[in-house]
Unconditional design. Structure first.
Length: 464
């Protein structure tokens, strides 16, 4: 039988010349020693132990697989099989070919399985290493004390600092000053409460003096007292968002300015339309302005909101716009109107409502309502729909009082102006019949002489 020292020297010389020499010589020599001991021991103790020492031949296959992977495991599995074969011949072939085949299968399968597992693990580690080095994501491990422990190359590429520089100081020193408080809160949420952090955004300083926006996903490892985090550079996205926000703001500003211009033009159009309606039957052409001012004062006293007061102020001057459809012979007639002429005059409320209807403007919508209802009466005897009491919209009830008072106190083709006191008394007399008593009560609080001039109404004081 081959001597143990001779066997070791021969196989070691072979392995030194093989591809395994750079990485596996120690484990190879160790494995071969085990093989030789198993072979020598088997020869010495065969009578006493039989083939049991040959089980140790799996050990070199495992050691070689751990050190060299699949090739090493298969090679030493084959060597173990050859040693077993030599033992088999030395001992008169016990068990026949079945015994020998089972030993071959055992050694080769053990070496192959362990070697494949080692190679797979090595391949996975290699892939992870490549991914860690090449990924654009910033991958980090940090201690609960706030220091970076491990960083992938993306940190250096993104921030400009070397990994050694980033590890040398508390990580908060690299965070933008405005974001340090929120960053510390996010860290404490993990270290103290054990929560994960998702899509947390902050700015990290760069070596060049600027900063980069990072979006983090992080979770704590309580056992290791470490934070495992992945960040993505979202600077370009944030800059795009800020650009869009600036453009949106500029666009909104332009829309506001254009809307303001259109509103001014619309209000001017409304004013001119109101003037056109009163031009033919009112010498001073200020009736609409006075009605609008008085209606706004009444609306304020009645507790309407500022927005409602402003709408009534703009809409009330259009109450008689339907008179554009009334012939001059009726509108300017100095005497009493006939029944047919009065019926034709009443149609101006429907004409005005039709003219103003269908608009998206709140002012024109309210103006249409006022045009249709300002001749309705509290007792239900008005026109065109004989509405009664609070079925009449509050805007129509308010303008009814303002319109009648202004008409009474100014000359018209069919009558002379009444004194203010007489007009006020008439309004009071018609309370509960033609007018809403609440509106009349509010009217009594006004400075009635000041109502005659729209210029004075701008500084009008309500009488307590």
């Amino acid at each position: 039988m081959v001597g143990v020292p001779t066997f070791i020297r021969g196989m070691t010389s072979f392995l030194r010349r093989s591809a395994f020499a750079p990485v596996g010589e120690f484990w190879a020599v160790s494995g071969l020693t085990v093989c030789a001991l198993a072979l020598g021991g088997g020869a010495i103790f065969t009578d006493r132990l039989g083939d049991h020492p040959l089980i140790f031949l799996t050990l070199p296959a495992v050691l070689a697989a751990v050190s060299l992977g699949l090739r090493g495991g298969m090679t030493f599995g084959l060597l173990a099989s050859l040693i077993a074969t030599a033992w088999w011949f030395e001992n008169d072939q016990p068990g026949g070919l079945v015994w020998l085949s089972s030993r071959f299968a055992t050694y080769l399968i053990v070496g192959a399985v362990v070697g494949w597992m080692i190679d797979s693990r090595a391949d996975l580690l290699r892939r992870l290493t490549h991914h860690n080095e090449l990924t654009l994501d910033l991958i980090a491990t940090a201690s609960f004390d706030g220091y970076f422990i491990q960083l992938n190359p993306a940190f250096s590429r993104t921030l400009g600092f070397s990994n050694e520089e980033l590890k040398s100081k508390p990580l908060l020193e690299f965070v933008h000053p405005d974001d340090r408080e929120s960053t510390l809160k996010a860290i404490e949420e993990q270290t103290e409460q054990g929560n994960e952090v998702l899509q947390f955004q902050n700015r990290y300083l760069t070596k060049s003096g600027g900063f980069r926006w990072l979006e983090w996903t992080s979770r704590p490892d309580e056992q290791a007292k470490e934070l495992i985090a992945v960040a993505r550079d979202i600077t370009d996205r944030k800059q795009l968002e800020m650009t869009i926000a600036r453009h949106t703001e500029l666009l909104e500003q332009a829309v506001r300015e254009r809307t303001s211009e259109l509103e001014a033009a619309r209000l001017e159009t409304l004013q001119r339309l109101a003037l056109a309606a009163e031009y033919r039957d009112e010498d001073t052409h200020q009736h609409t302005e006075r009605v609008g001012s008085t209606a706004a004062l009444l609306a304020e006293l009645l507790g309407l909101t500022d927005e409602e007061v402003a709408l009534i102020r703009l809409a009330a001057p259009l109450h008689d716009v339907g008179k554009l459809a009334v012939p001059d012979g009726i509108l300017l007639k100095p005497g009493k109107l006939t029944t047919d002429e009065f019926r034709r005059m009443q149609e101006h409320v429907i004409a005005g409502a039709s003219l103003l209807a269908g608009s998206a403007s709140q002012v024109l919508q309210l103006a249409a309502q006022i045009a249709l209802t300002h001749h309705e009466r509290w007792d239900g005897t008005g026109y065109p729909n004989q509405l009664r009491g609070e079925d009449i919209p509050i805007s129509g009830r308010i303008v009814a009082v303002a319109d009648v008072f202004d008409a009474l106190t100014h000359d018209r083709p069919y009558k002379a102006a009444w004194p203010v006191k007489a007009a006020v008394a008439e309004i009071g007399r018609l309370s509960g019949r033609q007018f809403d008593p609440r509106v009349v009560a509010a009217f009594d609080q006004l400075d009635h002489d000041a109502l005659l001039s729209p210029n004075r109404q701008r500084h009008l004081a309500i009488v307590a």
